[in-house]
Every structure is written in structure tokens, then in C-alpha cells.
Design a protein. Structure first.
Lengths: 112, 115
């Protein structure tokens, strides 16, 4: 069964610290992997999209990695800010139709 | 550009009532989608459309209907509201299929409660 699992479920860090969020997937065939940021009460916003051949991709203080062999991805946030408080969702696109399989998200809280 | 807009933002329905959730995009995207997000769960695809006049079922279509008469609009219809349809509904659009590296843009969501 196609699944996307994220860990941890929630995370609290102090402002200025770094953190890494994990995503494991069992989606096949694989098209691409996406990370979204979802602020409370808002729609998801795309951070990165990675294809099979891409190992790492950055968007400002956000860096995503992909290991297609082990079917794992991570999202590293550097020098966290209060505005980084949000849910981060890992999404894998499956097959030629591009069906998106969504993880449940990691809720990140950045405290001053 | 306004992007993807949804109305209403909030709605409370009684069991058995019907309503239409509106979605409009101004990016001239071919693909549009409706998702629901239940607390603590990942988004689930309800219906999608690859262009005007073409719609198809997603993972959880029961209890919903859609139409796509124009490129811009993709309304979602609930005919007989049930408590199980209490959720947050997101509309999204993309230029082409998400099997390619096309960004998917989401609206702000509609929070629906059925009592």
C-alpha cells in the first residue's frame, strides 16, 4: 500500500536552533517528492519538489534531501525563526497520473 | 494575481442540507483539485479535473459532486450533508500533472461543520 510516514509527529525547538524532519515512503512508482509548509488555518505552500535524480534541494533556510534507494527524505531547517512554526507535510507523487500521497505532517513549534 | 480563492471560509450545516463550495483560480491552470483534511490526517483527494468539461474521482468521492464548466472555476457540491463530512476542504490548482515537477497551489480552505 502506498504510504508516507513522517516523524516526529511534533517538535518544539528554541528560536535560532536547527532541526531535521523525517519522511519515509513506500510509494511506487515514484515520480517526485514534495515538502509543504502549512500555517495554522491556511492552505499548504510548496517549499521544494525533488525528482528521482535530485539528492538535495534548498529554498532559503530550508534544505530537503532525498535518498531514493532507501525511500527516505528529510527537511532541515537552519537558524529557526518564530515564523517557522507550522506543520510540514511530506508528499509523494505516484505514477504517471501523479496521484499525491500526503503524510500526516510534523507540527513544529519554535519558542523564543 | 489572487491565486486560488475559496468561499465561504466557514460554514455550519445541518444534517441533510446541501451546499456548494466555490473555488476560482486566476493562473490559467488546467488541473484543479479538491481535498479534505481531517484532524491529524493527511489530505485526501476528493475529485480532480484536467481541464474544462473533464472531471474524475479521487480517493474519497462519495457524497460529493463537481463540475468544471470553465478553466477558472471548480465548485464542489455536497448534496445531503452528513457529520462524516465535517472537515477542512482545500481547493488546489496546477499547470499540468503533478507527475511532473509542477507546483500545486492551494486555496485558504473552507472549514465545514455538519451537526
Amino acid at each position: 500500500k502506498n504510504q508516507v510516514e513522517q516523524s516526529p509527529q511534533s517538535l518544539i525547538i528554541l528560536e535560532g536552533k536547527n532541526c531535521t524532519l523525517q519522511c519515509n515512503y513506500t510509494v511506487s512508482p515514484f515520480s517526485n517528492l514534495r515538502w509543504y509548509k502549512q500555517d495554522t488555518g491556511r492552505g499548504p505552500v510548496s517549499l521544494t519538489i525533488m525528482t528521482f535524480s535530485e539528492n538535495t534541494k534548498s529554498n532559503g533556510r530550508y534544505t530537503a534531501t532525498l535518498d531514493a534507494d532507501t525511500k527516505q527524505s528529510s527537511l532541515h531547517i537552519t537558524a529557526s525563526q518564530l515564523s517557522d512554526s507550522a506543520s510540514y507535510i511530506c508528499v509523494v507523487s505516484e505514477g504517471s497520473q501523479g496521484n499525491l500521497i500526503f503524510g500526516k505532517g510534523t507540527k513544529l513549534s519554535v519558542k523564543p | 494575481n489572487a491565486g486560488v480563492t475559496q468561499t465561504p471560509k466557514f460554514r455550519i450545516l445541518k444534517i441533510g442540507q446541501s451546499m456548494t463550495l466555490q473555488c476560482t483560480q486566476d493562473m490559467n491552470h488546467n488541473y484543479m483539485y479538491w481535498y479534505r483534511q481531517d484532524p491529524g490526517m493527511g489530505l485526501k483527494l476528493i475529485y480532480y479535473s484536467v481541464g474544462a468539461g473533464i472531471t474524475d474521482k479521487g480517493e474519497v468521492p462519495n457524497g460529493y459532486n463537481v463540475s468544471r464548466s470553465t478553466t477558472e472555476d471548480f465548485p464542489l457540491r455536497l448534496e445531503l450533508a452528513a457529520p462524516s463530512q465535517t472537515s477542512v476542504y482545500f481547493c488546489a490548482s496546477s499547470y499540468s500533472s503533478t507527475s511532473g515537477s509542477y507546483e500545486q497551489y492551494f486555496g485558504p480552505g473552507t472549514r465545514l461543520t455538519v451537526t
